[in-house]
Each structure stands twice: as structure tokens, then as C-alpha cells.
Design a protein. Structure first.
Length: 391
């Protein structure tokens, strides 16, 4: 019984296609005088991505003939552009594939938590001008997580599983570089155990991340000691962390939903309105806490300048894997199932076991009510000293 049928899309009817087709040439001509100062030099990858987007889903530009050997039914499938962070159809396919693959092949059946790392507005301009710094920003977050997690379990060889996705856009598609991380809610030990954490001190993690980012920008000669002193002197430095989203060890759909969310497209076509007569674009979103509105009205050229700023370079990786994620022989990444054996007498009594790839992972949560405030302050000072930072 047939449960569904392929329905070809009509890309030329979308508001994005009409806006790009009508105004991209004007945007390219105006870029040196109107947008270069704010967005930097025009990147050739933008023209290549947009040119392929205009042919995506067009049967006149090439297609494949799909035929069923059983019922002899056939249809034509137009070639796609496979554009990242610009073509809504191709990027959504990438999002769905990523969510399924991460859920089925990468993440271990242990608790996970979503972390969001944000940097101050004062520093975001450096990441717009030099996209290399985005990769270094993700490394700062990974180092901060590993340092804090190892200090929490008092095992320098323990490793968490970390997947970090770099996002450069906010709710109104403005340039807002930040990080979304899908992290195991605990660490894998060299002896084969998974140690679950009851709670993470976000205050300590925020300070570790802040100092690593500032030192990285100092090494890259983007800021100086004066800027660092100013940021450290603020009551609210502008760095922020959020980790309220927790995923249980057996919540498969939750892991898939978070994985798809962190790789989502910069914009939604359902929120986009293009006025061809006036050459303006209206983009709807949720209420912005600073602007006090839920929409943005800009000219078509300004919209294209904002949107194309999020197109990554050809060899730029916006998904990073760290620690307990290993690469298999087929080129895929998979969460390491913590190998190694130890004496049974030295193992703590496990609360339960999690199976994975024919090997059992022992799960043992941290015990006790947690350290006293004075002990936490002493451990936090030692943690910053170990990380090479200054309070």
C-alpha cells in the first residue's frame, strides 16, 4: 500500500528566491561602498553559493530519473545545490541527517546536557572580520568543559563527550556568534566507568570560558590588556552560559531534537516576507528583549548582506567533536565507549550499566551532598590556578 508520494517543490515561488534573483546583482555592486566596512571584504564563496542556489531544484539545470522496479512508476528529481546555511531545503536535509546520525551512531546511552556559550557584543566584531577565530572560540569552550569536569571528578584522565556547533546568527538573523554544545552529563574514566554529575558550577565554568577567550584574543592581537581590564572590571562581563536543557539516557527523541536544533538554519522561510514593489524584506521572530519588537524591516540589499554573512567558507567546519568522541574506520565520529580494564576491587559499586557496542559502561553518580561553600571557593581558586588564569 502506498503511504506517501513525492511532491516536487517550487523553489522559484519562495520569497527568498524572488529576493535573491531580483537584488543579488545590486547587492554585489553595492558591497564595496555600503557593506565592506561593516561585514569585511566580499568573499567569493558567497557568489558561488548564491549562484548554485538559483539553480537548486530547477529541472532545466539537470535531474535524475527515479524509477520503481516493482510498479514501474517513475519521476524526475531535480539536482540540489547542497548549500550550507543559505538554501533552506538543502540545509534542512543536512539538519535531519545530522540529527539521525548523531542519535544513532555518535551519542552513548548516557545523560546529556545542552550548553550555550555567549560572548559580549564588544568582542563579536572580531569574529565577523576573522572567521578563523570561531574555531578557536569552540576550542576555548571545550577546554573549559574538560578542565572543570576533570576537576569535579578529581581524575585528570577522565574525558567528557562533547559536540560543539558554532552559530553566527541571532533570532533576527543578526550577527551573533555563540556556541551550542551537546555534552555528556558526566565523564568517561580510563577504567571503563561513566561518572554522572549531579550538578555543574556554572559560575566556575563561565569564568574559565571567559579567561580562555580573552587570552585567545590577546594572543591573536585582537585586544590588549586595557580591553581585558575593562571587561574584567564590569559587574556583568557579557559572557553567559546556559545549561538548563537535560536529556535522559533513554530519551532518544530528545537527543535527536537537540541535535537538529543546534544545527538549524539561520532563518525560517515561514517568517520571511518579501515586498517586491518596495524592495523590502520583513522578517518576523519572537519578541526581542532589547529592541522590544518581534520583527525587522530592511531593504532587500541589506537583508542579503545580513544573510550572506552567515555563509561559511568552503573548508570551514562549524561542527566540532572533542574528548570522548572518536573516529571510526569509515570516517564517522562515535562516542568512545571508554575501554580498559581494572581490578574489580577498585571499582565503586555501580548504580546501573549502560550497554554500547558490545561493551558495558558502568554508571556511578557522584555521592554526597557536595562540598561546603568554603571548600568550593578553595577548589575554584585552585582550578583557576591550574588553568593559568588570574582572578
Amino acid at each position: 500500500m502506498v503511504t506517501g508520494a513525492y511532491k516536487p517543490r517550487n523553489p522559484k515561488a519562495s520569497a527568498l528566491y524572488q529576493c535573491v534573483q531580483a537584488h543579488f546583482g545590486e547587492f554585489e555592486a553595492a558591497d564595496p561602498t555600503r557593506y565592506q566596512e561593516q561585514y569585511g571584504f566580499y568573499r567569493p564563496v558567497i557568489g558561488r553559493v548564491v549562484e548554485k542556489f538559483l539553480t537548486c531544484g530547477d529541472l532545466t539545470k539537470g535531474f535524475a530519473r527515479v524509477r520503481c522496479d516493482t510498479c514501474r512508476h517513475e519521476y524526475l528529481l531535480a539536482f540540489s545545490c547542497k548549500g550550507r546555511y543559505f538554501c533552506p531545503s538543502c540545509h534542512q536535509k543536512r539538519v535531519l541527517q545530522f540529527g539521525t546520525w548523531v542519535t544513532d551512531e555518535v551519542l552513548a546511552p548516557v545523560p546529556h546536557r545542552q550548553y550555550v556559550f555567549t560572548v559580549p557584543k564588544m568582542l563579536r566584531v572580531y569574529f565577523r572580520r576573522d572567521r578563523r577565530l570561531l574555531g578557536k572560540l569552540s576550542q576555548c569552550a571545550a577546554d573549559a568543559l574538560k578542565t572543570l569536569f576533570r576537576a569535579a571528578c578529581k581524575d585528570p584522565k577522565a574525558v567528557p563527550g562533547i559536540i560543539i556547533v558554532i552559530q553566527t546568527y541571532g533570532d533576527l538573523v543578526n550577527f551573533h556568534p555563540h556556541l551550542h554544545a551537546l555534552v555528556t552529563d558526566g565523564v568517561f574514566t580510563p577504567t571503563g566507568w561513566f561518572v554522572a554529575f549531579p550538578k555543574i558550577d556554572l559560575y566556575a565554568l563561565e569564568h574559565l570560558f571567559r579567561h580562555r577567550v580573552l587570552h585567545m584574543l590577546l594572543r591573536e592581537r585582537r585586544i590588549d590588556e586595557t580591553v581585558i581590564g575593562k571587561l574584567l572590571g564590569w559587574r556583568h562581563s557579557g559572557f553567559s552560559l546556559h545549561n538548563a536543557v537535560r536529556i535522559g539516557p533513554h530519551d532518544i527523541e530528545g537527543r535527536r531534537a537537540v541535535a537538529e536544533y543546534i544545527l538549524r538554519s539561520p532563518f525560517s522561510q515561514e517568517k520571511l516576507r518579501y515586498q517586491a514593489k518596495t524592495g523590502t524584506v520583513i522578517y518576523l521572530s519572537k519578541m526581542h528583549p532589547v529592541l522590544k519588537r518581534h520583527f525587522e524591516v530592511v531593504s532587500a540589499c541589506d537583508w542579503l548582506a545580513v544573510l550572506t554573512a552567515h555563509i561559511p567558507n568552503a573548508v570551514e567546519h562549524l561542527v566540532r567533536y572533542s574528548c570522548a568522541v572518536r573516529t571510526t574506520g569509515d570516517g564517522h565520529h562515535r562516542t568512545a565507549q571508554a575501554g580498559g580494564e581494572s581490578e574489580e576491587g577498585r571499582r565503586p559499586a555501580p548504580l546501573g550499566r549502560v550497554r554500547g557496542e558490545g561493551r558495558e559502561l558502568a554508571v556511578c553518580p557522584l555521592q554526597g551532598r557536595g562540598p561546603s561553600p568554603r571548600t568550593k571557593q578553595r577548589e575554584y581558586s585552585a582550578l583557576l590556578s591550574m588553568a593559568g588564569t588570574v582572578t
